[in-house]
Write a protein that binds this ligand. Structure first.
Ligand code: IVH
Length: 673
């Protein structure tokens, strides 16, 4: 292979850092994920050949730090200050009057209003444009070195300026920002954890702070942390702006993420009006903000005004009214989710938090109740932030009368009465009865969903109607529905009934992997279902598999194996399978080893190179073969496709030279569909 010039390496790094910025900072990517991966792979290949070329600003070095034993202490180059609070417009006006008396220039001052993000304050150091160190605020003078963790935050540029501009950054630049998890990402994270039976997080702030202050960067990398910067703490070897507004513009131009709701005003009153509109529309911000910061735009003036303790006089935090209240916990209820996870929730004495009446709040899991010693009858502290469902922070133990009752998790499912189960190492308790009415609705919703049997037109409302009218007791009953049954339901006429029955009939022909997904076995999503379909070939073979046999599948661990065996052992589930079979839902798939198959890939030749995200090399070959395709080891003109994974070998180069089509794992799966 021709040696790669160093200039190509440098160009790839610049390009990748730019695309990373377009994606993670601007949310406006210029290229597809596949194209990004191709560039990254090229870079990785060069790095494999020239390990001595690798620099810290390479995108491959984000999670490469390895776990730390402890965090070193770092002295900040300038004090990392705090802010004085203003509770309402009057407080803010009083602040303005105070500082006006101290300096005549204040009267003419302009103001910058920024969101006060509820996250973790971090300090980022850049030397010669390269991100070299990152720290927590600590006590304002000395913080902890969390560089390894911060490097995994994709919104943090590893090199500045990111965008090719005429700007040059100072030789040494230290900026400050707030690291946080956006509300939506937090909710998605918790949903995933809940589905996996793992402990959910309480709130975005603590999760972000906790993830950045733990010792293993690989774990931080799995958390959706981002950041917004707002201050230049220190600069050497280059000039930086002296107005806050220009600082924000400058940081933005260098490629740092900066809040897009920040604004500059000529008068305090206008700044206050803007701030107030944010108090009203706070739920529209994609992150938690506990107020707005009002800053003097003139940074020289702000510095001259000095401090009161650790609070600079030149800025004030306009705090939104707290969204925390106390109320009485009347009862602890237990909800049952699709996978049977039991989730406790608080039934509260109704209470208003900023215009919204709250009667229920999540209690996460039973361990949380025990750890916080939350008792029925307790006065509890409650918080509602952004769009996050209200949550209980903990009990107000001083308010106890002695009549509060300790809570015991139910031994039986509150909906169906069957015994609940607990898997070792998980916090969740489950109801494992597939016929449990509380699970039924969610189960069928999943059964008919797009990724499963994909029954078009069968929405949740109709499922509810079908359950309520007793027409279905489990998902398999859908296939026994008659037109006359449907016509009895409200809103059903001939046409609608026929369409629905047509869609149900069509679903009978779904492939085995889709049917396995539809069963809703805990831990069995798209990837595992594909593997199971290929390994066992039919539902009846899968139903007989032992945990040991299941664990032969790469990446399938004991928990999922147990959950599969358990699912098929349940009499109610066996009944569902039997009904499915007699309704004609019994797809077969040729097992891995069988030869001479025809499929979507028949006649095509594939070469696999590099590590694929969900397939081992062997599994990828088997996948191709099970769909009728052929796999060979070397690339030639006859090769139909190169399947490209991470860190590919020389086959990638050869394929490019010969003009062979290149696809990734997702592309391969699509081709086989
Ligand atoms: S300015 C002189 N601006 O709020 C600079 N702080 O209560 C003082 N915070 O510790 C800080 N967003 O972690 C500033 N736009 C923003 C902010 C912000 C969040 C945090 C910061 C600080 C705390 C002060």
């Amino acid at each position: 292979m021709p040696a790669q010039p160093h200039s190509r390496y440098a160009e790839l790094k610049t390009q990748l850092n730019l695309h990373n910025y377009r994606y993670h900072v601007l949310d406006a990517p210029l290229i597809s994920d596949l194209e990004y991966d191709r560039l990254l792979n090229e870079l990785k290949q060069i790095e494999a050949e020239h390990p001595d070329w690798i620099t810290l600003d390479s995108p491959t070095q984000r999670a490469g730090a390895g776990p730390a034993d402890r965090f070193e202490k770092i002295r900040h180059p300038a004090p990392i200050l705090s802010l004085a609070n203003a509770f309402g417009a009057e407080d803010a006006r009083a602040w303005f009057e105070r500082i006006q008396k101290l300096d005549d220039r204040v009267e003419q001052a302009q103001f910058v209003v920024e969101p006060k993000i509820d996250g973790l304050s971090v300090v980022l150091h850049y030397r010669d444009g390269q991100f070299v160190q990152g720290a927590t605020r600590g006590n304002g003078e000395i913080g902890e070195d969390i560089t390894g963790n911060l490097r995994t935050v994709k919104a943090i540029p590893l090199r500045i300026p990111v965008v090719n501009s005429k700007l040059t950054a100072p030789k040494y630049l230290v900026v400050r920002g707030e690291a946080f998890i956006p509300i939506k990402d937090f909710e998605t994270l918790n949903k995933k954890l809940e589905e996996a039976g793992e402990r959910t997080y309480q709130n975005p702030r603590n999760t972000a702070a906790g993830s950045l202050r733990q010792l293993d960067p690989e774990l931080t990398a799995t958390r959706p942390i981002t950041l917004l910067v707002y201050q230049i703490v220190h600069a050497e070897g280059g000039a930086v702006p002296t107005s806050q507004w220009e600082v924000l513009e400058y940081l933005k131009a260098l490629g740092f993420p900066v809040a897009n709701v920040s604004k500059r005003f000529k008068a305090l009153e206008a700044a206050l009006t803007y701030t107030e509109t944010f108090n009203q529309g706070r739920d529209q911000l994609p992150y938690e903000a506990d107020g707005m910061v009002i800053k003097l735009d003139d940074l020289k003036l702000a510095a001259d005004l000095g401090f009161v303790g650790k609070d600079p006089r030149g800025a004030i935090a306009y705090k939104f009214p707290a969204r925390e209240v106390t109320t009485t916990l009347n009862e602890i209820g237990v909800a049952v989710g699709r996978t049977g996870v039991l989730t406790p929730y608080a039934v509260l004495e109704p209470v208003e938090i900023n215009g919204v009446t709250v009667e229920r709040a999540t209690l996460h899991n039973f361990d949380f109740i025990a750890e916080k010693d939350i008792r029925v009858g307790d006065r509890v502290l409650l918080k509602r932030a952004g769009e996050v469902i209200p949550y209980v922070i903990g009990p107000v133990t001083d308010a106890r009368s002695g009549r509060e009752k300790k809570f015991k998790p139910p031994a039986k499912c509150p909906a169906c009465g069957q015994a609940v189960e607990h898997l070792e190492g998980e916090v969740a308790w489950y109801c494992v009865n597939a016929a449990c009415p509380a699970q039924l609705l969610r189960n069928i919703e999943h059964f008919v969903s797009r990724g499963a049997l994909d029954i078009v037109g069968l929405g949740i409302k109709i499922v509810e109607q079908l359950i309520e009218s007793g027409l279905i007791e489990d998902a398999a009953d859908l296939f026994a529905l008659q037109k006359a049954d449907l016509l009895k339901l409200e809103g059903f006429a001939e046409k609608k009934a026929e369409n629905l029955l047509g869609a149900i009939a069509q679903a009978k022909g779904q492939r085995l992997n889709r049917v396995i997904i539809a069963l809703g076995i805990r831990g069995v999503g798209e990837v595992v279902a594909n593997d199971l379909a290929r390994a066992f070939g039919s539902l009846s073979a899968l139903a007989q598999a032992s945990a040991e046999e299941l664990q032969q599948i790469e990446g399938l661990g004991p928990n999922i194996a147990d959950s599969i065996v358990d699912w098929f052992a349940r009499p109610a589930n066996r009944k569902v399978l039997k009904k499915l079979k007699s309704a004609g839902v019994d797809p077969q798939m040729e097992k891995l080893s069988s030869q001479n198959q025809t499929g979507k890939l028949t006649g095509l030749t594939f070469v696999v190179t590099g590590t694929l995200p969900n397939f081992s090399r062997e599994a990828a070959k088997e996948f191709i073969e099970s769909h009728g395709g052929k796999t060979v080891d070397s690339v030639s003109k006859k090769t139909s496709y190169l399947v490209l994974g991470e860190a590919p070998g020389s086959k990638f180069e050869k394929a490019k030279t010969l003009g062979v089509k290149i696809i990734d794992e997702a592309g391969l799966r699509k081709l086989a569909e």
